[in-house]
Design a protein around this ligand. Sequence first.
Ligand code: F1P
Length: 349
Amino acid sequence: MGRGEHTFREIMTQTDAWKTALDEVFFRREEIERLFFYNNYEEIIFTGCGSAHYLSKTAAAMWQEMTGVRALAFPASDMVLFPRSSIVAGKPSLLVAISRSGETTETIQAVKVFKKHGGKNVLVITCYENSSLTGDASLILVSREGKEVSIAQTRSLSSMLLIVMALAEIFVDGVDYSQQLKRLPAIGDGLIKKYGKLPEKLGRNKVFKKFFFLGSGHLYGLACEAMLKMKEMSLSYSEAFHFLEFRHGPKALIDSESLVIGLLSTPARREELAVISEMRGLGAKALVLAEEKEENLEVDYPVSLSSGLLDFARAILYLPVLHLLAYHKALANGLNPDTPAHLDMVVRL
Ligand code: F1P
């Protein structure tokens, strides 16, 4: 096996996993509706560790914006160690526990703590049907094609994100999101084809030593996830911030070795681009992923998603190019992205 062969295959085949993830939600709609409609949840709590924690952040922001129901995200470890900061005993809540393996100790414990504090229903989103986590679940949604050989999550994470997106879609009136979501695999394939060479070029560029991932609203969690991929695979200095937060201190780190990676939203586009242009003025280069055409983005490396989809439906499309950026940076650093330093597939405590 060549260096990074598994990671590369998993990144490039992730849209196949998107298709089966969508089917999982569409085929099990009745069970899902039963879990939600017979229980008047006042809040939804998303939890997980590592990539699943960052996915939880995006999921919570998206869920609340789409459905109007309060949604929060906590790292599983906080739910275990500081239960009162995350759980209000007696409040009708649904816990959504996310874990590729279903074997991460903190996530398994978070479910137990939730139940100990009066929580009743737990929805598990995972890649394995039978695990220590699924035993305590009211409903399990599985991304069967999301399973991976590599340690860093790419295909698993994006397909579990799509399960959340498709779930939220069930509770939104007025817009036919399901039709939009069904178009994602083909659009994702087109993006990988069109922009596959750009992350390779940027990854190989030895000038870039610092990577700053910026995202706001529901895109912040994905900026964190892209930052984590860069750290895990390539051992590079990488950080994630909310766009406008970047001015409040972190911009002090900007220099000509910096690549600022912007996950541009539609509603805050103008304010976010102003941050990008300020950082370019301080010497950074900018890679920006956005819905609009390349020529409308005044940045060094524009990536146009051109999906024609609404904001929520397109979130997943930011990931593949950023996965490839981490992968190519790892190779350029002489590392094997399949096996990041010091990491294991599952953290068991
Ligand atoms: C969570 C996780 C992974 C990370 C590493 C250690 O795993 O933190 O995100 O890449 O492999 O475990 P899981 O609960 O999603 O299986």
